[in-house]
Design a protein around this ligand. Structure first.
Ligand SMILES: C[S@@+](CC[C@H](N)C(=O)[O-])C[C@H]1O[C@@H](n2cnc3c(N)ncnc32)[C@H](O)[C@@H]1O
Length: 313
């Protein structure tokens, strides 16, 4: 299988690349959607393997990512359709192309290396930048708005819910004492001071930054509303591939796949089915696929990736 990523010249290495191509089985003249096209690494593989007539719709909220993807995928000409849009509008975008169904869909959730490594985007506590964290510059709310405007108890809830941060109350208190906060390093310093004495494996600001990013971009809500759309548009036998990077996302995907692969979702103690629910997918991965040690060595950002697959009945 051709791997155009072998000599990657782009700032984001696609995670679980071979596993995605093997799972989606792109072929000509199929129609595929990459809901998070980023720098176009997975998209290039799908196009390469569905030559000569496969088409790909690539969505991303980030115009900078789309510019890179557009450059990288230009050799595939009219087979590529790139749109700056949220994947929450998936059905609208597919129908806009005149497509009724597709033969494969990919979500590679979260943030790209380009985004994390650009300090002005505000995603990283390791570099100094504004407290932004938006995937799209058109989104109205930035991380600074949450940090500087929310009441303390709501900040604590947000850090607990989206970051699973055990010191959420302590950090929320410290943020409210120190605000207004404008930069990533100011925030990281406030958290480090608040958690002095609590030693952990990860940087003390890791969970807070994850929580703020998820909240700014409403990532979990977006995932929940889009999964049913994505499955509805798959043709029979077509597959959906979901790569997630933290347990909150993975849980949503796992629960959705479990539920939609069952014929009955009545409580187990109920003797007769009254739900009339019918399975619409087969869950292909009971346990998620994770990167090999070799991949993690080559790309440390792959280390928390979990891939789940399902097939439309
Ligand atoms: C991990 S990167 C994808 C990398 C890509 N697979 C590649 O090979 O280069 C995730 C991308 O999803 C985009 N994204 C996040 N939420 C989105 C949403 N709701 N709709 C569309 N794109 C989104 C981000 O802007 C980012 O570019």
């Amino acid at each position: 299988m051709a791997n155009p990523e072998a000599n990657n010249r782009y700032p984001h290495l696609p995670v679980l690349y071979q596993q995605i191509i093997t799972a989606l089985r792109p072929e000509s003249p199929g129609r595929y959607v990459d809901c998070t096209v980023g720098a176009g690494g997975h998209a290039a593989g799908i196009l390469e393997n569905s030559s000569p007539s496969g088409h790909l719709l690539g969505l991303d909220l980030d115009p900078q990512a789309l510019a890179l993807a557009s450059q990288r995928l230009s050799l595939y000409g009219e087979r590529v359709h790139l749109l700056q849009a949220s994947y929450t509008t998936l059905l609208e975008q597919i129908h806009g192309l005149g497509w009724e169904n597709v033969q494969g869909i990919l979500f590679d959730l979260g943030v790209s290396s380009m985004q994390v490594d650009t300090p002005e985007r505000g995603f990283s506590f390791l570099a100094n930048g504004p407290l932004d964290m938006r995937f799209s510059p058109e989104q109205p709310q930035q991380a600074a708005d949450l940090v500087n405007r929310l009441p303390e108890d709501q900040i604590a809830d947000l850090l607990w819910r989206y970051g699973e941060e055990p010191h959420s109350r302590k950090i929320a208190g410290a943020i409210c004492q120190a605000r207004p906060l404008h930069s990533t390093q100011e925030l990281a310093e406030v958290i480090s001071q608040a958690l002095k004495g609590h030693r952990g494996r990860i940087h003390p600001a890791t969970r807070t930054f994850q929580a703020l990013r998820i909240a700014v971009n409403q990532e979990l809500q977006a995932l929940e509303t889009t999964l049913p759309q994505a499955v509805s548009v798959l043709s029979p036998g077509a597959r959906i591939a979901m790569i997630s990077f933290h347990s909150l996302e993975d849980r949503i995907v796992k629960q959705y796949f479990r539920r939609e692969s069952r014929d009955c979702i009545c409580p187990p103690e109920q003797p007769i089915c009254t739900c009339h629910h019918r399975a619409i997918i087969i869950e292909i991965t009971r346990h998620p696929i994770v990167p090999t040690g070799q991949e993690v060595e080559a790309n440390s950002r792959a280390r928390s990736a979990h891939l789940r697959l399902a097939e439309k009945l």
